[in-house]
Ligand binder design. Structure first.
Ligand code: OFO
Length: 165
């Protein structure tokens, strides 16, 4: 059985993952408006990943006898300055999520909840991968600079990303 404190903290994370999904869906829409179909695809795949993160937490809370309480999801920004702006905001958001996962891990340790600590390890590893992906794309955007041809090539590459969930 989850402690009340752990249950509340995991519920807050469900909300953060659903906001992440909402944020990337908004970026997908904006990239589509910019004519960047590959970027739009990349962010939509990310939307699905974030929903799967929320569902992993949802299933775990239930499996430990807890109750999922859905809260309002904040509206994300609806427009962005550029492809670089979207990825810089993505990286900043993922750093915020990493800090949130670290806080959850601390709570699990304080509560001596080893099952939750082990469950959260998947998220710790996932955050390393997510931040690395964002850094890689930001580096490529820096190399491209103002070149529309370079941006179109990266757009083709990002069009290849397939949903894994
Ligand atoms: Fe982007 O990893 Fe979940 O939020």
């Amino acid at each position: 059985m989850l402690s009340k404190k752990m249950e509340t903290a995991l519920n807050d994370q469900v909300n953060k993952e659903m906001f992440s999904a909402y944020l990337y869906m908004s970026m997908s829409i904006h990239a589509g408006d910019m004519g960047l179909k590959g970027f739009s695809n990349w962010f939509m795949v990310q939307y699905h990943e974030e929903m799967s993160h929320a569902m992993k937490l949802y299933d775990y809370i239930h499996s430990r006898g807890g109750r999922v309480i859905l809260k309002a999801i904040e509206a994300p920004a609806s427009s962005f300055e550029s492809a670089m702006d979207m990825f810089e905001k993505t990286l900043a958001h993922e750093e915020f999520i990493t800090a949130s996962i670290n806080d959850l891990m601390e709570t699990a340790m304080e509560e001596k909840d080893h099952a939750t600590r082990i469950f959260l390890q998947w998220f710790v590893t996932e955050q390393v991968e997510e931040e690395e992906n964002d850094h890689d794309i930001i580096d490529q955007l820096k190399l491209i600079g103002p070149s529309p041809q370079g941006l179109m090539m990266l757009d083709k590459e990002l069009a290849q990303r397939k949903a894994t969930v």
